[in-house]
Design a binder for this molecule. Structure first.
Ligand SMILES: Nc1ncnc2c1ncn2[C@@H]1O[C@H](COP(=O)(O)OP(=O)(O)OP(=O)(O)O)[C@@H](O)[C@H]1O
Length: 583
Protein backbone atom coordinates (compact mmCIF):
# COMPACT_ATOMS: atom_id res chain seq x y z
CA UNK A 1 0.00 0.00 0.00
CA UNK A 2 1.16 3.50 -0.60
CA UNK A 3 1.57 6.02 2.20
CA UNK A 4 2.10 9.77 2.20
CA UNK A 5 5.81 10.45 2.26
CA UNK A 6 8.13 12.94 0.69
CA UNK A 7 11.35 12.05 -1.06
CA UNK A 8 14.15 11.25 1.35
CA UNK A 9 16.87 13.63 2.48
CA UNK A 10 20.13 11.81 3.24
CA UNK A 11 21.77 12.31 6.63
CA UNK A 12 25.34 13.62 6.98
CA UNK A 13 26.88 10.17 7.19
CA UNK A 14 25.18 8.82 4.04
CA UNK A 15 26.01 12.01 2.15
CA UNK A 16 29.66 11.71 3.15
CA UNK A 17 29.70 8.02 2.22
CA UNK A 18 28.26 8.89 -1.18
CA UNK A 19 30.87 11.61 -1.76
CA UNK A 20 33.58 9.13 -0.77
CA UNK A 21 32.14 6.73 -3.31
CA UNK A 22 32.24 9.46 -5.97
CA UNK A 23 35.93 10.01 -5.29
CA UNK A 24 36.70 6.29 -4.98
CA UNK A 25 39.67 5.33 -7.10
CA UNK A 26 40.75 8.97 -7.27
CA UNK A 27 42.64 8.97 -3.96
CA UNK A 28 46.01 9.38 -5.65
CA UNK A 29 44.72 12.28 -7.72
CA UNK A 30 43.34 13.85 -4.53
CA UNK A 31 46.66 13.33 -2.70
CA UNK A 32 48.47 14.88 -5.69
CA UNK A 33 46.21 17.94 -5.62
CA UNK A 34 46.74 18.35 -1.84
CA UNK A 35 50.52 18.09 -2.25
CA UNK A 36 50.64 20.59 -5.11
CA UNK A 37 48.46 23.13 -3.25
CA UNK A 38 50.47 22.67 -0.08
CA UNK A 39 53.71 23.20 -2.04
CA UNK A 40 52.27 26.33 -3.70
CA UNK A 41 51.21 27.80 -0.35
CA UNK A 42 54.59 26.93 1.23
CA UNK A 43 56.53 28.60 -1.60
CA UNK A 44 54.32 31.68 -1.05
CA UNK A 45 55.91 32.05 2.40
CA UNK A 46 59.26 32.83 0.79
CA UNK A 47 58.08 36.34 -0.23
CA UNK A 48 57.34 37.70 3.29
CA UNK A 49 60.38 35.81 4.60
CA UNK A 50 62.48 37.50 1.87
CA UNK A 51 61.29 40.97 2.84
CA UNK A 52 62.20 40.28 6.48
CA UNK A 53 65.61 38.96 5.40
CA UNK A 54 66.14 42.09 3.27
CA UNK A 55 65.38 44.31 6.28
CA UNK A 56 67.83 42.36 8.47
CA UNK A 57 70.49 42.40 5.71
CA UNK A 58 70.08 46.18 5.33
CA UNK A 59 70.29 46.70 9.12
CA UNK A 60 73.41 44.49 9.24
CA UNK A 61 74.86 46.61 6.36
CA UNK A 62 74.80 43.66 3.96
CA UNK A 63 75.87 44.13 0.33
CA UNK A 64 73.55 44.97 -2.57
CA UNK A 65 74.43 41.56 -4.01
CA UNK A 66 73.05 39.88 -0.87
CA UNK A 67 69.80 41.82 -1.20
CA UNK A 68 69.64 41.03 -4.94
CA UNK A 69 70.09 37.31 -4.20
CA UNK A 70 67.20 37.41 -1.76
CA UNK A 71 65.12 39.30 -4.35
CA UNK A 72 65.83 36.64 -7.00
CA UNK A 73 64.90 33.86 -4.56
CA UNK A 74 61.66 35.71 -3.80
CA UNK A 75 60.83 36.15 -7.50
CA UNK A 76 61.48 32.46 -8.29
CA UNK A 77 59.44 31.36 -5.26
CA UNK A 78 56.54 33.71 -6.15
CA UNK A 79 56.51 32.35 -9.69
CA UNK A 80 56.69 28.75 -8.45
CA UNK A 81 53.91 29.43 -5.95
CA UNK A 82 51.66 30.94 -8.64
CA UNK A 83 52.28 28.03 -11.01
CA UNK A 84 51.69 25.34 -8.35
CA UNK A 85 48.59 27.08 -6.94
CA UNK A 86 47.12 27.56 -10.45
CA UNK A 87 47.84 23.91 -11.29
CA UNK A 88 46.40 22.69 -7.98
CA UNK A 89 43.21 24.72 -8.39
CA UNK A 90 42.77 23.53 -11.99
CA UNK A 91 43.35 19.88 -11.01
CA UNK A 92 40.99 20.10 -8.02
CA UNK A 93 38.33 21.72 -10.22
CA UNK A 94 38.75 18.90 -12.74
CA UNK A 95 38.53 16.29 -10.00
CA UNK A 96 35.38 17.77 -8.49
CA UNK A 97 33.75 18.65 -11.82
CA UNK A 98 34.16 14.98 -12.84
CA UNK A 99 32.54 13.97 -9.55
CA UNK A 100 29.76 16.49 -10.25
CA UNK A 101 29.16 14.95 -13.67
CA UNK A 102 28.76 11.54 -12.01
CA UNK A 103 26.43 13.07 -9.43
CA UNK A 104 24.26 14.45 -12.23
CA UNK A 105 24.22 11.06 -13.97
CA UNK A 106 23.33 9.25 -10.74
CA UNK A 107 20.59 11.79 -10.02
CA UNK A 108 19.02 11.46 -13.47
CA UNK A 109 19.33 7.66 -13.35
CA UNK A 110 17.73 7.52 -9.88
CA UNK A 111 14.97 9.97 -10.84
CA UNK A 112 14.09 7.91 -13.92
CA UNK A 113 14.14 4.68 -11.91
CA UNK A 114 11.87 6.03 -9.18
CA UNK A 115 8.53 4.25 -9.19
CA UNK A 116 5.82 6.55 -10.55
CA UNK A 117 3.86 6.06 -7.34
CA UNK A 118 6.76 7.47 -5.28
CA UNK A 119 6.93 10.56 -7.49
CA UNK A 120 3.15 11.01 -7.20
CA UNK A 121 3.27 10.68 -3.41
CA UNK A 122 6.10 13.15 -3.02
CA UNK A 123 4.85 15.57 -5.67
CA UNK A 124 6.70 15.83 -8.98
CA UNK A 125 7.71 19.44 -8.12
CA UNK A 126 9.99 18.12 -5.37
CA UNK A 127 11.76 15.77 -7.77
CA UNK A 128 12.06 18.43 -10.48
CA UNK A 129 13.49 20.96 -8.02
CA UNK A 130 16.05 18.40 -6.79
CA UNK A 131 17.04 17.48 -10.34
CA UNK A 132 17.42 21.13 -11.40
CA UNK A 133 17.75 23.71 -8.58
CA UNK A 134 19.65 21.47 -6.17
CA UNK A 135 22.04 20.19 -8.83
CA UNK A 136 22.58 23.82 -9.84
CA UNK A 137 23.32 24.87 -6.24
CA UNK A 138 25.83 22.01 -5.82
CA UNK A 139 27.57 22.85 -9.08
CA UNK A 140 27.71 26.51 -8.08
CA UNK A 141 29.22 25.54 -4.72
CA UNK A 142 31.78 23.37 -6.48
CA UNK A 143 32.59 25.97 -9.15
CA UNK A 144 33.09 28.86 -6.71
CA UNK A 145 33.74 27.10 -3.41
CA UNK A 146 36.29 24.44 -4.31
CA UNK A 147 38.94 26.72 -5.89
CA UNK A 148 38.53 29.30 -3.11
CA UNK A 149 38.59 26.65 -0.37
CA UNK A 150 41.61 24.88 -1.84
CA UNK A 151 43.60 28.12 -2.18
CA UNK A 152 42.54 29.76 1.05
CA UNK A 153 42.62 26.79 3.42
CA UNK A 154 46.19 25.90 2.46
CA UNK A 155 47.35 29.51 2.69
CA UNK A 156 45.86 29.84 6.19
CA UNK A 157 47.37 26.56 7.46
CA UNK A 158 50.80 27.17 5.94
CA UNK A 159 50.88 30.76 7.21
CA UNK A 160 50.08 29.58 10.74
CA UNK A 161 53.02 27.14 10.44
CA UNK A 162 55.13 30.08 9.19
CA UNK A 163 54.24 32.11 12.32
CA UNK A 164 55.23 29.21 14.56
CA UNK A 165 58.52 28.71 12.67
CA UNK A 166 59.32 32.43 12.99
CA UNK A 167 58.66 32.63 16.74
CA UNK A 168 55.85 30.79 18.46
CA UNK A 169 54.92 33.97 20.36
CA UNK A 170 53.66 35.48 17.10
CA UNK A 171 50.88 32.86 17.30
CA UNK A 172 49.28 35.20 19.88
CA UNK A 173 47.80 36.96 16.86
CA UNK A 174 45.71 33.87 16.11
CA UNK A 175 44.36 33.78 19.67
CA UNK A 176 43.28 37.42 19.28
CA UNK A 177 41.67 37.24 15.83
CA UNK A 178 40.00 33.82 15.82
CA UNK A 179 37.11 34.82 18.19
CA UNK A 180 36.40 37.95 16.12
CA UNK A 181 36.33 35.95 12.87
CA UNK A 182 34.22 33.29 14.57
CA UNK A 183 31.56 35.80 15.66
CA UNK A 184 31.67 37.53 12.27
CA UNK A 185 31.04 34.21 10.54
CA UNK A 186 28.27 33.18 12.94
CA UNK A 187 26.49 36.48 12.36
CA UNK A 188 26.86 36.22 8.61
CA UNK A 189 25.69 32.61 8.35
CA UNK A 190 22.65 33.33 10.53
CA UNK A 191 21.59 36.65 9.06
CA UNK A 192 22.68 36.43 5.42
CA UNK A 193 20.75 33.40 4.06
CA UNK A 194 17.23 34.73 4.91
CA UNK A 195 18.21 38.19 3.64
CA UNK A 196 19.45 36.77 0.32
CA UNK A 197 16.36 34.60 0.04
CA UNK A 198 14.20 37.67 0.72
CA UNK A 199 16.08 39.62 -1.95
CA UNK A 200 15.56 36.84 -4.52
CA UNK A 201 11.87 36.53 -3.61
CA UNK A 202 11.45 40.34 -3.97
CA UNK A 203 13.09 40.17 -7.40
CA UNK A 204 10.74 37.35 -8.38
CA UNK A 205 7.71 39.43 -7.26
CA UNK A 206 8.89 42.44 -9.26
CA UNK A 207 9.45 40.24 -12.35
CA UNK A 208 5.98 38.77 -11.83
CA UNK A 209 4.36 42.24 -11.86
CA UNK A 210 6.40 43.44 -14.85
CA UNK A 211 5.70 40.28 -16.88
CA UNK A 212 2.00 40.38 -15.94
CA UNK A 213 1.71 43.98 -17.15
CA UNK A 214 3.61 43.29 -20.38
CA UNK A 215 1.74 40.09 -21.23
CA UNK A 216 -1.63 41.63 -20.42
CA UNK A 217 -0.84 45.00 -22.01
CA UNK A 218 -4.01 45.00 -24.12
CA UNK A 219 -6.18 44.38 -21.02
CA UNK A 220 -4.23 46.97 -19.02
CA UNK A 221 -4.96 49.57 -21.69
CA UNK A 222 -8.54 48.47 -22.34
CA UNK A 223 -9.53 48.82 -18.67
CA UNK A 224 -7.40 51.90 -17.99
CA UNK A 225 -5.22 49.97 -15.55
CA UNK A 226 -1.93 51.64 -16.46
CA UNK A 227 -1.80 53.58 -13.18
CA UNK A 228 -2.57 50.54 -11.03
CA UNK A 229 -0.06 48.37 -12.93
CA UNK A 230 2.62 51.03 -12.49
CA UNK A 231 1.82 51.21 -8.76
CA UNK A 232 2.26 47.46 -8.43
CA UNK A 233 5.56 47.55 -10.30
CA UNK A 234 6.66 50.49 -8.14
CA UNK A 235 5.78 48.54 -5.00
CA UNK A 236 7.66 45.50 -6.34
CA UNK A 237 10.71 47.61 -7.19
CA UNK A 238 10.66 49.29 -3.81
CA UNK A 239 10.58 45.84 -2.20
CA UNK A 240 13.74 44.92 -4.15
CA UNK A 241 15.41 48.17 -3.03
CA UNK A 242 14.60 47.44 0.62
CA UNK A 243 15.88 43.87 0.49
CA UNK A 244 18.97 44.86 -1.50
CA UNK A 245 19.76 47.52 1.11
CA UNK A 246 19.45 44.88 3.84
CA UNK A 247 21.74 42.56 1.86
CA UNK A 248 24.35 45.30 1.38
CA UNK A 249 24.14 46.26 5.07
CA UNK A 250 24.67 42.61 6.03
CA UNK A 251 27.73 42.48 3.75
CA UNK A 252 29.07 45.76 5.13
CA UNK A 253 28.65 44.50 8.70
CA UNK A 254 30.64 41.42 7.81
CA UNK A 255 33.40 43.44 6.19
CA UNK A 256 33.37 45.88 9.14
CA UNK A 257 34.00 42.96 11.50
CA UNK A 258 36.70 41.55 9.22
CA UNK A 259 38.41 44.96 9.14
CA UNK A 260 38.22 45.08 12.93
CA UNK A 261 39.86 41.63 13.13
CA UNK A 262 42.57 42.81 10.72
CA UNK A 263 43.19 45.91 12.84
CA UNK A 264 43.41 43.82 16.02
CA UNK A 265 45.79 41.34 14.35
CA UNK A 266 48.11 44.04 13.03
CA UNK A 267 48.15 45.80 16.40
CA UNK A 268 48.97 42.48 18.12
CA UNK A 269 51.88 41.81 15.74
CA UNK A 270 53.24 45.33 16.21
CA UNK A 271 53.09 44.95 20.01
CA UNK A 272 54.49 41.37 20.09
CA UNK A 273 57.16 42.34 17.50
CA UNK A 274 58.16 45.42 19.51
CA UNK A 275 58.42 43.41 22.75
CA UNK A 276 60.45 40.62 21.11
CA UNK A 277 62.82 42.97 19.29
CA UNK A 278 63.16 45.07 22.47
CA UNK A 279 64.02 41.93 24.45
CA UNK A 280 66.53 40.96 21.75
CA UNK A 281 64.77 37.63 21.04
CA UNK A 282 63.68 38.55 17.47
CA UNK A 283 65.05 40.70 14.68
CA UNK A 284 63.29 43.63 13.02
CA UNK A 285 63.27 41.48 9.88
CA UNK A 286 61.37 38.71 11.70
CA UNK A 287 58.78 41.24 12.91
CA UNK A 288 58.46 42.54 9.32
CA UNK A 289 57.99 38.99 8.05
CA UNK A 290 55.30 38.35 10.69
CA UNK A 291 53.41 41.48 9.60
CA UNK A 292 53.64 40.55 5.91
CA UNK A 293 52.53 37.00 6.68
CA UNK A 294 49.49 38.41 8.44
CA UNK A 295 48.67 40.78 5.57
CA UNK A 296 48.69 37.78 3.22
CA UNK A 297 45.91 36.23 5.27
CA UNK A 298 43.29 38.96 4.64
CA UNK A 299 42.07 37.75 1.27
CA UNK A 300 42.03 34.00 2.00
CA UNK A 301 40.15 34.48 5.29
CA UNK A 302 37.55 36.79 3.74
CA UNK A 303 37.29 34.30 0.84
CA UNK A 304 36.78 31.40 3.24
CA UNK A 305 34.00 33.25 5.07
CA UNK A 306 32.26 34.21 1.85
CA UNK A 307 32.27 30.66 0.42
CA UNK A 308 30.76 29.29 3.63
CA UNK A 309 27.31 30.33 2.44
CA UNK A 310 27.38 28.60 -0.98
CA UNK A 311 29.12 25.61 0.59
CA UNK A 312 26.42 25.33 3.26
CA UNK A 313 23.66 25.58 0.67
CA UNK A 314 25.58 23.11 -1.53
CA UNK A 315 25.77 20.62 1.34
CA UNK A 316 22.02 20.97 2.00
CA UNK A 317 21.26 20.44 -1.70
CA UNK A 318 23.67 17.52 -1.90
CA UNK A 319 21.86 15.73 0.93
CA UNK A 320 18.57 16.20 -0.97
CA UNK A 321 20.11 14.76 -4.14
CA UNK A 322 21.74 11.84 -2.32
CA UNK A 323 18.35 11.26 -0.70
CA UNK A 324 16.78 10.68 -4.12
CA UNK A 325 19.69 8.51 -5.25
CA UNK A 326 19.28 6.34 -2.14
CA UNK A 327 15.50 6.41 -2.36
CA UNK A 328 15.34 4.57 -5.69
CA UNK A 329 13.42 1.44 -4.87
CA UNK A 330 14.33 0.31 -8.42
CA UNK A 331 14.77 -3.33 -9.26
CA UNK A 332 15.98 -5.63 -6.49
CA UNK A 333 19.70 -6.48 -6.55
CA UNK A 334 18.91 -10.16 -7.11
CA UNK A 335 16.16 -9.46 -9.66
CA UNK A 336 14.83 -12.62 -11.24
CA UNK A 337 14.75 -13.12 -14.99
CA UNK A 338 11.94 -15.42 -16.09
CA UNK A 339 13.41 -16.10 -19.51
CA UNK A 340 11.79 -15.76 -22.89
CA UNK A 341 8.50 -17.18 -24.08
CA UNK A 342 4.88 -16.58 -23.17
CA UNK A 343 3.96 -16.33 -19.49
CA UNK A 344 0.93 -16.32 -17.27
CA UNK A 345 -0.18 -13.12 -15.58
CA UNK A 346 -1.99 -13.71 -12.33
CA UNK A 347 -3.30 -11.78 -9.34
CA UNK A 348 -4.31 -13.47 -6.15
CA UNK A 349 -6.72 -11.63 -3.79
CA UNK A 350 -5.23 -8.23 -4.56
CA UNK A 351 -6.54 -5.40 -2.38
CA UNK A 352 -5.50 -1.77 -2.79
CA UNK A 353 -6.09 1.73 -1.39
CA UNK A 354 -4.42 4.89 -2.67
CA UNK A 355 -3.83 6.29 0.80
CA UNK A 356 -3.97 4.93 4.30
CA UNK A 357 -7.18 6.84 4.99
CA UNK A 358 -8.78 6.38 1.57
CA UNK A 359 -11.43 3.82 0.75
CA UNK A 360 -10.48 0.46 -0.72
CA UNK A 361 -10.40 0.66 -4.53
CA UNK A 362 -9.69 -3.01 -5.31
CA UNK A 363 -11.26 -5.79 -3.23
CA UNK A 364 -9.47 -9.16 -3.33
CA UNK A 365 -9.18 -9.18 -7.10
CA UNK A 366 -8.06 -12.55 -8.49
CA UNK A 367 -7.52 -12.89 -12.21
CA UNK A 368 -5.55 -15.18 -14.50
CA UNK A 369 -4.44 -14.34 -18.03
CA UNK A 370 -3.05 -17.48 -19.64
CA UNK A 371 0.12 -17.31 -21.76
CA UNK A 372 -0.70 -15.70 -25.12
CA UNK A 373 -4.27 -14.91 -24.11
CA UNK A 374 -5.87 -11.45 -24.57
CA UNK A 375 -8.26 -10.55 -21.77
CA UNK A 376 -10.31 -7.35 -21.85
CA UNK A 377 -11.46 -5.55 -18.70
CA UNK A 378 -14.62 -3.44 -18.97
CA UNK A 379 -16.75 -1.66 -16.41
CA UNK A 380 -18.19 1.70 -15.50
CA UNK A 381 -16.10 4.74 -14.71
CA UNK A 382 -14.37 4.49 -11.32
CA UNK A 383 -14.68 0.68 -11.22
CA UNK A 384 -10.91 0.34 -10.65
CA UNK A 385 -9.73 -0.69 -14.14
CA UNK A 386 -6.88 1.83 -14.41
CA UNK A 387 -5.82 1.05 -10.84
CA UNK A 388 -5.62 -2.65 -11.68
CA UNK A 389 -3.54 -1.83 -14.78
CA UNK A 390 -1.16 0.29 -12.68
CA UNK A 391 -0.71 -2.50 -10.14
CA UNK A 392 -0.02 -5.07 -12.86
CA UNK A 393 2.65 -2.78 -14.34
CA UNK A 394 4.29 -2.42 -10.91
CA UNK A 395 3.46 1.30 -10.55
CA UNK A 396 1.64 0.71 -7.28
CA UNK A 397 2.03 -2.15 -4.83
CA UNK A 398 -0.95 -4.10 -3.50
CA UNK A 399 -1.92 -3.62 0.13
CA UNK A 400 -2.41 -7.37 0.30
CA UNK A 401 -2.42 -10.23 -2.17
CA UNK A 402 0.16 -11.09 -4.83
CA UNK A 403 0.80 -10.44 -8.48
CA UNK A 404 2.85 -12.97 -10.40
CA UNK A 405 4.26 -13.06 -13.91
CA UNK A 406 5.22 -16.55 -15.07
CA UNK A 407 4.98 -17.67 -11.41
CA UNK A 408 7.49 -15.05 -10.23
CA UNK A 409 6.37 -12.31 -7.85
CA UNK A 410 6.22 -8.98 -9.69
CA UNK A 411 8.37 -7.31 -7.00
CA UNK A 412 11.20 -9.77 -7.66
CA UNK A 413 11.29 -9.09 -11.40
CA UNK A 414 13.86 -6.89 -13.08
CA UNK A 415 12.24 -3.69 -14.41
CA UNK A 416 12.61 -4.78 -18.03
CA UNK A 417 10.89 -8.08 -17.24
CA UNK A 418 7.76 -6.41 -15.88
CA UNK A 419 4.58 -6.12 -17.93
CA UNK A 420 4.75 -3.15 -20.30
CA UNK A 421 1.99 -0.59 -19.78
CA UNK A 422 0.74 1.27 -22.85
CA UNK A 423 -1.59 4.16 -22.09
CA UNK A 424 -3.34 6.75 -24.20
CA UNK A 425 -0.74 9.32 -23.18
CA UNK A 426 1.90 8.94 -25.87
CA UNK A 427 4.97 11.12 -25.85
CA UNK A 428 6.68 11.54 -29.19
CA UNK A 429 10.30 12.48 -28.59
CA UNK A 430 11.82 15.25 -30.63
CA UNK A 431 14.06 13.97 -33.44
CA UNK A 432 13.96 11.70 -36.51
CA UNK A 433 11.02 9.29 -36.42
CA UNK A 434 13.30 6.27 -36.72
CA UNK A 435 15.18 7.29 -33.53
CA UNK A 436 11.88 7.57 -31.72
CA UNK A 437 10.88 4.09 -32.80
CA UNK A 438 14.28 2.66 -31.93
CA UNK A 439 14.02 3.94 -28.35
CA UNK A 440 12.77 0.53 -27.30
CA UNK A 441 15.04 -1.43 -29.67
CA UNK A 442 18.23 0.51 -30.44
CA UNK A 443 19.56 -2.29 -32.69
CA UNK A 444 16.45 -2.58 -34.88
CA UNK A 445 17.24 -2.35 -38.61
CA UNK A 446 15.25 0.00 -40.88
CA UNK A 447 13.54 -3.11 -42.29
CA UNK A 448 12.44 -4.25 -38.84
CA UNK A 449 11.17 -0.73 -38.09
CA UNK A 450 9.27 -0.74 -41.35
CA UNK A 451 7.73 -4.18 -40.61
CA UNK A 452 6.54 -2.94 -37.21
CA UNK A 453 4.97 0.12 -38.81
CA UNK A 454 3.30 -2.03 -41.47
CA UNK A 455 1.91 -4.36 -38.82
CA UNK A 456 0.22 -1.52 -36.96
CA UNK A 457 -1.04 0.09 -40.19
CA UNK A 458 1.26 3.13 -40.04
CA UNK A 459 3.61 2.50 -42.94
CA UNK A 460 1.20 4.03 -45.50
CA UNK A 461 1.47 7.51 -43.99
CA UNK A 462 5.08 7.19 -42.85
CA UNK A 463 6.15 6.40 -46.41
CA UNK A 464 4.50 9.66 -47.54
CA UNK A 465 6.31 11.85 -44.96
CA UNK A 466 8.75 14.37 -46.51
CA UNK A 467 11.83 12.42 -45.34
CA UNK A 468 10.16 9.08 -44.59
CA UNK A 469 11.62 7.49 -41.45
CA UNK A 470 14.13 10.32 -41.13
CA UNK A 471 11.40 12.97 -40.82
CA UNK A 472 11.86 15.01 -37.66
CA UNK A 473 8.85 14.63 -35.37
CA UNK A 474 8.00 15.80 -31.85
CA UNK A 475 8.26 19.35 -30.51
CA UNK A 476 9.12 21.71 -33.36
CA UNK A 477 9.04 18.88 -35.94
CA UNK A 478 6.38 17.37 -38.21
CA UNK A 479 3.10 17.36 -36.27
CA UNK A 480 1.41 13.97 -35.80
CA UNK A 481 -2.29 13.40 -35.16
CA UNK A 482 -3.27 11.57 -31.94
CA UNK A 483 -4.03 8.46 -33.98
CA UNK A 484 -0.59 8.49 -35.57
CA UNK A 485 1.01 8.97 -32.18
CA UNK A 486 -0.90 5.93 -30.92
CA UNK A 487 0.36 3.94 -33.90
CA UNK A 488 3.92 5.01 -33.09
CA UNK A 489 3.38 3.70 -29.56
CA UNK A 490 2.11 0.38 -30.96
CA UNK A 491 5.08 0.10 -33.32
CA UNK A 492 7.49 0.82 -30.43
CA UNK A 493 5.76 -1.96 -28.52
CA UNK A 494 6.22 -4.40 -31.40
CA UNK A 495 9.92 -3.54 -31.63
CA UNK A 496 10.35 -3.98 -27.86
CA UNK A 497 8.56 -7.33 -28.16
CA UNK A 498 7.59 -7.83 -24.48
CA UNK A 499 5.90 -11.08 -23.47
CA UNK A 500 3.28 -9.40 -21.24
CA UNK A 501 1.42 -6.20 -22.10
CA UNK A 502 -1.17 -4.08 -20.31
CA UNK A 503 -3.18 -1.75 -22.54
CA UNK A 504 -4.94 0.99 -20.64
CA UNK A 505 -7.39 2.48 -23.12
CA UNK A 506 -4.52 2.62 -25.54
CA UNK A 507 -6.88 3.26 -28.42
CA UNK A 508 -9.51 5.32 -26.58
CA UNK A 509 -8.40 8.68 -27.89
CA UNK A 510 -9.08 8.01 -31.56
CA UNK A 511 -12.07 9.34 -33.52
CA UNK A 512 -14.45 6.57 -34.44
CA UNK A 513 -13.21 6.80 -38.06
CA UNK A 514 -9.73 5.96 -36.85
CA UNK A 515 -10.83 3.53 -34.18
CA UNK A 516 -11.05 0.47 -36.43
CA UNK A 517 -7.59 1.10 -37.88
CA UNK A 518 -6.16 1.47 -34.39
CA UNK A 519 -7.95 -1.58 -33.08
CA UNK A 520 -6.49 -3.62 -35.96
CA UNK A 521 -3.06 -2.21 -35.09
CA UNK A 522 -3.52 -3.06 -31.42
CA UNK A 523 -4.65 -6.57 -32.34
CA UNK A 524 -1.47 -7.06 -34.39
CA UNK A 525 0.69 -5.65 -31.60
CA UNK A 526 -0.83 -8.07 -29.07
CA UNK A 527 -0.39 -11.14 -31.25
CA UNK A 528 1.46 -13.88 -29.35
CA UNK A 529 1.65 -11.92 -26.10
CA UNK A 530 -0.11 -12.27 -22.79
CA UNK A 531 -2.30 -9.16 -22.73
CA UNK A 532 -4.74 -7.41 -20.47
CA UNK A 533 -6.69 -4.69 -22.27
CA UNK A 534 -8.63 -2.03 -20.39
CA UNK A 535 -11.28 -1.47 -23.04
CA UNK A 536 -13.48 1.58 -23.31
CA UNK A 537 -14.84 0.67 -26.70
CA UNK A 538 -16.69 -2.59 -26.37
CA UNK A 539 -15.83 -3.56 -29.95
CA UNK A 540 -12.28 -3.84 -28.69
CA UNK A 541 -13.44 -6.02 -25.81
CA UNK A 542 -15.46 -8.18 -28.19
CA UNK A 543 -12.25 -9.06 -30.06
CA UNK A 544 -10.54 -10.34 -26.89
CA UNK A 545 -10.36 -14.04 -26.01
CA UNK A 546 -12.12 -13.36 -22.74
CA UNK A 547 -13.74 -10.45 -20.90
CA UNK A 548 -13.68 -9.50 -17.22
CA UNK A 549 -16.36 -7.11 -16.00
CA UNK A 550 -15.34 -4.93 -13.09
CA UNK A 551 -17.62 -2.98 -10.76
CA UNK A 552 -16.84 -1.32 -7.46
CA UNK A 553 -13.32 -2.76 -7.38
CA UNK A 554 -14.48 -6.36 -7.87
CA UNK A 555 -14.56 -8.73 -10.83
CA UNK A 556 -18.27 -9.42 -11.26
CA UNK A 557 -18.31 -11.34 -14.55
CA UNK A 558 -15.82 -13.45 -16.47
CA UNK A 559 -16.37 -15.09 -19.88
CA UNK A 560 -16.28 -14.76 -23.63
CA UNK A 561 -18.19 -12.03 -25.45
CA UNK A 562 -20.86 -14.45 -26.62
CA UNK A 563 -21.22 -16.21 -23.27
CA UNK A 564 -21.54 -12.95 -21.36
CA UNK A 565 -24.07 -11.55 -23.80
CA UNK A 566 -26.15 -14.68 -23.49
CA UNK A 567 -25.90 -14.56 -19.69
CA UNK A 568 -27.84 -11.28 -19.74
CA UNK A 569 -25.82 -9.73 -16.88
CA UNK A 570 -23.84 -6.50 -16.54
CA UNK A 571 -21.84 -7.06 -19.75
CA UNK A 572 -25.02 -7.67 -21.76
CA UNK A 573 -26.36 -4.38 -20.38
CA UNK A 574 -23.18 -2.52 -21.29
CA UNK A 575 -23.18 -4.12 -24.76
CA UNK A 576 -26.74 -3.14 -25.59
CA UNK A 577 -26.10 0.42 -24.36
CA UNK A 578 -22.95 0.53 -26.50
CA UNK A 579 -24.76 -0.86 -29.56
CA UNK A 580 -27.54 1.75 -29.20
CA UNK A 581 -24.92 4.48 -28.83
CA UNK A 582 -23.14 3.37 -32.01
CA UNK A 583 -26.46 3.23 -33.84
N1 LIG B 1 -4.33 8.78 -7.70
C1 LIG B 1 -5.46 8.51 -7.05
N2 LIG B 1 -5.60 8.86 -5.76
C2 LIG B 1 -6.73 8.56 -5.08
N3 LIG B 1 -7.78 7.93 -5.60
C3 LIG B 1 -7.72 7.56 -6.90
C4 LIG B 1 -6.56 7.84 -7.68
N4 LIG B 1 -6.78 7.36 -8.93
C5 LIG B 1 -8.02 6.82 -8.91
N5 LIG B 1 -8.58 6.94 -7.71
C6 LIG B 1 -9.91 6.44 -7.30
O1 LIG B 1 -9.90 5.03 -7.45
C7 LIG B 1 -11.14 4.59 -7.95
C8 LIG B 1 -10.90 3.75 -9.20
O2 LIG B 1 -10.37 4.60 -10.19
P1 LIG B 1 -9.86 4.06 -11.58
O3 LIG B 1 -9.27 5.19 -12.33
O4 LIG B 1 -8.99 2.88 -11.35
O5 LIG B 1 -11.23 3.60 -12.25
P2 LIG B 1 -11.49 3.26 -13.78
O6 LIG B 1 -12.37 2.07 -13.76
O7 LIG B 1 -10.22 3.14 -14.51
O8 LIG B 1 -12.29 4.54 -14.23
P3 LIG B 1 -12.25 5.26 -15.67
O9 LIG B 1 -12.82 4.31 -16.62
O10 LIG B 1 -13.07 6.48 -15.46
O11 LIG B 1 -10.79 5.57 -15.91
C9 LIG B 1 -11.97 5.82 -8.22
O12 LIG B 1 -12.86 6.00 -7.14
C10 LIG B 1 -10.99 6.93 -8.24
O13 LIG B 1 -11.56 8.11 -7.74
Amino acid sequence: MTADRTLAVADGRSTLAYVRGLLAGRHWALAGVVTILFGGAALGLVVPWGFGAMVDTAIDSGSTADIARIGIAMAVAALGSAVLTGLGVALSAQLFETALARLREDMVGAALALPQSRVEEAGSGDLVSRATDDVEVVSEAIATGVPMLSRSAFTVVVTAIGFAALDWRFLAVIVVIVPVYWFAMRMFLTVAPPVYRGERAAMARRAHHVLGAVRGLATVHAFGLVGRSAERIDAGSWGVVKWSMRARITNNRLFGRLNFAEFLGMATIVIVGFLLVDAGSATVGAATTAMLLFLRLFDPIAGLLLVMDPIQSGAASLSRIVGVIGDGEGPPEDAVAVGSGARRLQTDAVTFRYHRDARTVLHEVSIVVEPGETVAVVGSSGAGKTTLAALLAGIHEPESGTITVGDVDLRDLAIDERPVLVTQEVHVFSGPLIDDLRLTAPDATPDQVRSALEAVGAWEWVALLPDGLETVVGAGGHALTPMREQQIALARLMLLDPPVVIFDEATADADSADADVLEDGAQAALEGRTALVIAHRLTQAARADRILVMEGGRIVENGTHDALRRAGGRYAELWSAWSRFRG
